[in-house]
Design a protein around this ligand. Structure first.
Ligand code: ATP
Ligand code: MG
Length: 602
């Protein structure tokens, strides 16, 4: 038993093995499945009984011929039976189809929804280390595979079992040797089919991997089309892709040839058995052991069964592929949630906005410690600027406040509440964060801004946009607030995206505000224009501003200078400037154009 498989309270408790995972969802429609199984049993039985009805008809006709009775009259009952079986096939199959149509789409949606919900609770680092495109694809694939695996069982394997059982019972009453031979053939054939499908799976998995590699390469190339154009590397990209396509073709050929071999086995063994069975039945008939009707029934049933079994290898192969897909997805999605709310976590109650770091140790990977025994207290409503070279730990510092990552030791408190003991939702609800490169949803501008406060009226949204100096450019777009912004917001300039993010934060209006290079893409004039809006936003709030442009933070109450994860200077602009040979003073003096140098100049 693993004890440390942490799952967020609100996440669905999804099983961690492919079989259990699939069963977990199948159970959701168990009554519908029972109905489908019953209808399929009905349909399979009716189908395999057709030769039996034909036997009755033939025997009745023969009897009528012998006795001179009316053919239709004597075959009447058998004809009715034949008609009923056909009607049964129609009704059972359509009833099963109706249940399928009624429940399948809902089940598929449920699977996607639950995986998505589970995924949502994964930590920030999970999403940093998994491609979002491939995660999204996999959700669909797992859902589809769960459905297909179920349909392979219900519509391929199960009817074959029912047909075999019914046919073998009837045949064993007529010719038990034949029934015996057919049973042995079916059993051996099934095992060989499974064996071959397993062998083929090795090839088809490599083929699938090659296919998805090609897809990955195409996605990467398309995403980087701008690079391709800028460097005029169209031909190079084609050649680059060709290598992977060749590999795919190679694996495709191996897989398809193996499948062809499989088909040779299937068709040959089916052919031999069919001819032998019919020949054998003919002999018994000739010896008087069977009536004409019985002969036709035996031949008919054998042909139907063998025909149905012929596709078994292919069905097994597909089935194993579905299970593999589910297994892959489960291993990727159903991992422990990295950061979960503690049991009984309360909502963060914030009224002042005091932030305290006590002896914080933190590292992204083992061995390389970023923060070591970091202690900082940010007073309520204090406006703090963070400066330091790229990579010095400023963004990491704010990530820790948001609990996107967890410290190894020490504690972070907000208004004297350890952030580990409050719910993550309430923590982030109370902090507005504007990142350097804000991502937007591919939704309208209105929806993107309203994300900060879902129940905001249109007027409130526009007011926030005005404060963020975004209203004007929004009105110039084709559909105004109704304009979609493109994937991740690509249809907007960097500065426009930042202003949308600022408007969003203005609407959210939380007690703690963090700006991580939030105005870095704005020109000085635009920055000045929104400064008023920002100043208003900052009143009565604890504010942390990360900026390379020192003029952005010079006027704040306090400045923390970061260097390799340590805070090396702490004070107001004037205090820091007065430190002789101080780091900040050096940076300030270096900033001819208002930006930090990339590396230290000595
Ligand atoms: N998700 C991550 N996984 C591993 N290491 C990371 C991760 N994020 C940041 N780092 C590393 O942590 C260090 C601090 O990074 P951080 O982003 O905090 O710097 P920063 O001061 O914000 O820099 P910049 O001014 O360039 O934004 C860097 O060495 C960086 O490579
Ligand atoms: Mg940063």
């Amino acid at each position: 038993m693993t004890i440390s498989f942490s799952i967020a309270d609100k996440a669905p408790d999804l099983p961690r093995t492919p079989w259990r995972f699939a069963l977990y969802f199948y159970r959701k429609i168990k009554f519908a499945l029972i109905a489908i199984f019953a209808f399929e049993a009905g349909q399979a039985s009716c189908t395999i009984l057709l030769p039996y009805a034909v036997k009755d008809i033939i025997d009745a006709v023969n009897l009528a011929k012998d006795t001179g009775a009316d053919v239709f009259e004597s075959a009447y009952d058998a004809m009715v039976f034949f008609a009923i079986l056909n009607l049964g096939i129609v009704l059972f199959s359509r009833a099963s189809g109706a249940v399928l149509v009624a429940y399948a789409p809902g089940l598929r949606a449920k699977i996607r929804k639950d995986i998505f919900r589970y995924l949502q609770f994964h930590s920030h680092s999970y999403f940093v280390s998994h491609f979002s495109g491939s995660l999204a694809n996999r959700i669909s694939e797992v859902a589809l595979s769960c459905m297909h695996a179920l349909w392979t069982i219900t519509f391929d394997f199960y009817p074959l079992v029912i047909q075999s059982v019914v046919a073998l019972i009837i045949l064993s009453n007529t010719t038990s040797e034949l029934a015996m031979v057919l049973t042995i053939w079916l059993v051996i054939y099934t095992f060989v089919s499974i064996f071959l499908a397993r062998r083929c799976q090795g090839y088809s998995m490599k083929f699938a991997a090659a296919r998805s590699k090609v897809t990955g390469k195409i996605v990467d190339s398309v995403t980087n089309m701008m690079n391709t154009k800028m460097f005029a590397r169209g031909d190079y990209e084609e050649d680059y892709l060709s290598n992977y396509l060749d590999e795919e073709v190679d694996h495709a050929l191996k897989t398809y040839w193996f499948m062809e071999k499989m088909r040779w086995f299937q068709y040959l063994s089916a052919m031999i058995l069919m001819v032998c069975m019919v020949g054998y039945a003919l002999r018994i008939w000739a010896e008087g052991g069977l009536t004409v009707g019985e002969f036709s029934m035996v031949a008919g049933m054998c042909i139907m069964l063998i025909e149905a079994a012929r596709g078994l290898s292919r069905s097994f192969l597909e089935y194993f592929e579905y299970i593999d897909n589910i297994s892959d997805g489960v291993s990727i999605f159903i991992q422990p949630h990295g950061i979960v709310d503690t049991k009984g976590a309360k909502d963060l109650a914030i009224n002042e906005g005091l932030i305290e770091f006590n002896n914080i140790d933190f590292s992204y990977s083992e061995g390389t410690k970023l923060f070591h025994q970091l202690n900082v207290t940010i007073k309520p409503c204090q406006k703090v600027g963070l400066v330091g070279y790229s990579g010095s730990g400023k963004s990491s510092f704010v990530s820790l406040i948001l609990r996107l990552f967890e410290a190894e030791s020490g504690k972070i408190e907000i208004d004297s509440q350890n952030i580990l003991n409050v719910t993550q939702d309430s923590l982030r609800e109370n902090i507005s964060m504007i990142p350097q490169d804000p991502m937007l949803f591919h939704r309208t501008l209105m929806e993107n801004i309203r994300y900060g406060k879902l129940n905001a009226s249109d007027e409130e949204v526009m007011e926030a946009a005005q404060k963020a100096n975004a209203h004007e450019f929004i009105q110039l777009t084709e559909k105004g607030y109704g304009s979609p912004v493109g994937e991740r917001g690509v249809k907007l300039s960097g500065g426009q995206r930042q202003r949308i993010a600022i408007a969003r934060a203005i609407l959210k209006d939380s007690k703690i505000l963090i700006l991580d290079e939030a105005t870095s893409s704005l020109d000085s004039v635009t920055e000045k224009k929104i400064q008023q809006g920002l100043n208003r936003l900052m009143t009565d709030k604890t504010v942390i501003v990360v900026a390379h442009r020192l003029s952005t933070i010079a006027h704040l109450d306090r400045i923390l200078v970061f260097d390799e994860g340590a805070i090396i200077e702490d004070g107001s602009h004037e205090e820091l400037l007065s430190i002789k040979n101080g780091h900040y003073a050096h940076l300030w003096n270096m900033q001819a154009g208002g930006f930090l140098p990339d590396t230290e100049v000595t």
